[in-house]
Structures are given as C-alpha cells and as structure tokens.
Design a protein around this ligand. Sequence first.
Ligand SMILES: Cc1ncc(C[n+]2csc(CCOP(=O)(O)OP(=O)(O)O)c2C)c(N)n1
Length: 333
Amino acid sequence: MSSLGNLKDWSSAELINLYKKMLLIREFEQRITKDKGKIKSPLVHTYIGEEAIAVGTCAAINEEDYITSTHRGHGHFIAKGGDIDSLMAEIYGKEEGICKGRGGSMHVADFSKNMLGANGIVGAGPPIALGVALASKMRKEKRVVLTFFGDGAANQGMLHESMNLASIWKLPIVFVLENNMYGWSTSVEYATAIKDLSLRAQGYGMKGFTIDGNDVIEVYSTIKEAVDFARKGGGPTLIECKTYRWGGQMTMDADNYRSTEEKEEWKKKCPIETYKIKLIQNEIIDKAIIQKIEEETLTEIELSIKFAKKSTKPDTDTVLDDIYKNPLNLGGN
Ligand SMILES: Cc1ncc(C[n+]2csc(CCOP(=O)(O)OP(=O)(O)O)c2C)c(N)n1
C-alpha cells in the first residue's frame, strides 16, 4: 500500500485539526487521572501514547461510518466526534453521562456518532463490527466499519472467526490492530511467534500491513486506502499500527513489568510531539498558534469538568435501568 502521507495534499486547517484532536485526548486523560479520587469511578484504561491511531483512523472515515472500540474507549470516542461534556459526566458516573453514568470510560458508546461502544471483553469488538458490516452490505449502504483491538485480542478466537467471515463475505471492515507491545503485562514477543502481526491477514485471504502507529499521517493514509477499498466492495484489510502505551494497563496498575529505559525510548517517539515538530518545520503552526490551541483545549476540558460536577447523581432506585432487559423483576425496564 502506497503512503499518501504528503502534507501538501492537506489544508492547514485539516492538519491542525489532527493535532488538536490528539492533544484533546491526551489532556483529557491527564485531567481525569489527576482527578483520581474525586471521581467516583477512577478506573481508566490509559491511552496516552496511542493517540495517533484513534485520530488518524477516524479522520479517514465519514460520519456515517461506524467504529467499535476496546476497553481503552475514551480516545476512540473523542476521535469519532463524541461530546466531551457527556464523556466527562460519564466518567464521573452522572446521569448526564453519555451512558447515564452506568458504563464509565470502559463502556462508552455514542450511537448518534456511530461509535458502537467500548467493550470490557477483550476481542469482542470485531464480531460486533462483522454484524454491522454485514448489515451495511445487505442494505447497500456503503458504510465502512473500523474495529479496534489490541495485540492481546489478536490471539483471541473471536477475532480470527471475524476476519475469516469478513473475508469470505467481502465485508466493508478495516481491522485496526493497536499493537502497543503488551496485553496487560504480557509482552507481544512472549505471546506471539511472529514479528509483524499483520501477517495473520494472509491466512484469511486479505491484505495486511504493518505501519508506524505513532505517525498520524501514515495512519490516516493507510487506513484511507483500506477504507476506500472496503467501500468499493473489495472487502476487509488488517492494519497493524505499532505503538506504545505510556501508562499502566489502567490507572490502578503497578506497571512493574516494563523497564524505565523502554518507556523512555518510546516517549521519544511521542505521536503529538513528533507531529508538532513536523507542522512547525512545514510552517503550518508557530508558537502563538500552539499556545492558543493548548489554552483552548484546557478550557474545553475544565468546562467539561464543571459540567460533570454539577450533573445529577444517579438515583439508586434506577441503577439497573438500561442495563438489563427485564431483569428478574428487580426493577428497570
Ligand atoms: C476475554 C477477556 N479476557 C481477559 C480480560 C482481561 N484483560 C483486560 S485488558 C487485557 C489486555 C488486553 O490486551 P490487548 O488486547 O493487547 O489490548 P491493550 O490492553 O493492550 O489495549 C486483559 C487480558 C478481559 N477483559 N476479557
């Protein structure tokens, strides 16, 4: 797959928008993890370090296209255009949250944006994507589905069954493998016998590519080609995006299975910093623009915290509402 990663093909506004989105994801997460303790449900699966994947992929699809997410859902939610206030309220466990505070960051979904949900079950996104892509094909809608999953999920049966069926039925799916080098504390080398996981695509008769998941333009360009191919009826593609999770598996993880040197090496490849430098070198942004973007981003996040704090605490009588369908007569609907 050729790289269309030429900055000249983009408008300045589009390039700056990618930067803004990545920064928003990063600052959002930094703020919620700093607010740990004040938030009722502080469990957040960290996404910092991986922002270029969410932003580059979602920039390559249309509003009416779908995504399925992982347990690291907040980055995908923001990249797909989800509302920050309702995301923050969700993480604070409030009624005004996007899932009425019942889900937290691990279960955020926004069907109005075709963000079909984060998911606590590792590898559960791809079979959902398969069903949605089948519906899209049967209805001749030409909508494409991006399904995110990790290197750990890449060893799950559900993923392989989904890739097989998607290929046989030529479904409009792009399988986006976020290889952040670890499935919780298990390194990808320990768990997998091949170096590039995109090789797996061959076994299912589809194309597979391994790319730099920290380069937002490379992510965008590769995904765009796969999306165009899927939209034209060509079927699925597997794209492995190599990256690194800077933080622990989640906010409460001791994170003692990786060396400081390894973490520092990856931080040098920061997706936001390297992209910022590229934009400065190409005279797309300067110090003043950077400062303005940073200020606006922080203000947006502080406003969302204000919104979340003044939002309504759920009534315990309704706690099971929207969770179970007719739960053993325990209430709810
Ligand atoms: C089916 C299932 N098995 C195990 C777990 C526990 N678990 C939660 S996250 C995780 C690691 C998943 O790793 P990966 O798929 O690489 O995604 P990453 O966390 O690196 O984004 C595990 C094992 C789970 N939630 N679901």
